[in-house]
Design a protein around this ligand. Structure first.
Ligand SMILES: [Zn+2]
Ligand SMILES: [Zn+2]
Ligand SMILES: [Zn+2]
Ligand SMILES: [Zn+2]
Ligand SMILES: [Zn+2]
Length: 221
């Protein structure tokens, strides 16, 4: 794949230009955010009729976007980019904890879904049905920080972005759950003042258990 002509010179496999990886790369090239390989910039890729190398959500560039599977990124993990839809065939929906990165809140949702006999696929359908409308403007309660309307279920994004999208979809679902369902999902706990933005929920299990974090931040110091 990669012609390593000199220790620090690569022949770009897409446009066959020598690319110096040790110094600032030329204006036609950027780096894969995963494996650091020099790859065409979005402009150069378009000129060469290659797919856009940028994650549509964070705009970081990944070589996997311009490769044709099974050709994969040098990380050799064929899943360094994936779609929300791909969760249907993967077992990783609940690991790492998808809702706010919070083990307790994620566990409540996972147990609720299992208890209610909802299949992961049906649950994903429910989450995806909200994807279109999920934007800062529609959710002006301060919970959603990113506009997600440009991400569809089959849009391939990088793995951190996919996790972030899933987290926001779960949060959106969770805060819209009717009160009687919330009572079935989790014990009644006081809201943490820092709500979704609380950092302690990630480091202190006791705190995560004692307080609800699926709520807006009400204290700002
Ligand atoms: Zn190139
Ligand atoms: Zn991304
Ligand atoms: Zn790569
Ligand atoms: Zn990779
Ligand atoms: Zn907290």
């Amino acid at each position: 794949m990669i012609s390593n002509t000199y220790s620090h010179i690569y022949l770009c496999e897409w446009c066959r230009i020598s690319v110096n990886v040790r110094h600032q790369i030329c204006s036609h090239h950027t780096q894969c955010s995963c494996c650091n390989l020099s790859i065409p910039t979005a402009v150069a890729a378009e000129e060469a009729h290659l797919p856009d190398p940028r994650c549509p959500h964070c705009q970081r560039t990944f070589c996997a976007f311009i490769r044709t599977p099974p050709d994969a990124c040098r990380c050799r993990v064929s899943s360094c980019i994936a779609s929300l839809e791909d969760f249907r065939t993967q077992t990783s929906l609940w690991h790492p904890p998808p809702l706010l990165g919070n083990t307790i809140e994620s566990g409540f949702v996972r147990d609720y879904v299992e208890r209610e006999g909802i299949t992961v696929s049906d649950f994903l359908d429910t989450l995806f049905s909200r994807l279109d409308g999920l934007s800062r403007n529609l959710l002006n309660d301060g919970l959603i920080s990113e506009v997600m309307a440009d991400v569809l279920p089959d849009t391939r994004v990088c793995i951190p972005c996919r996790r972030e999208c899933l987290s926001q979809l779960l949060l959106d679902w969770r805060v819209r759950l009717p009160p009687e369902e919330v009572r079935r999902l989790s014990p009644n706990r006081p809201n943490c003042y820092y709500g979704v933005h609380c950092r302690t929920q990630l480091s202190n299990l006791e705190h995560a258990k004692r307080f609800n974090h699926c709520c807006p931040q009400t204290k700002f110091n």
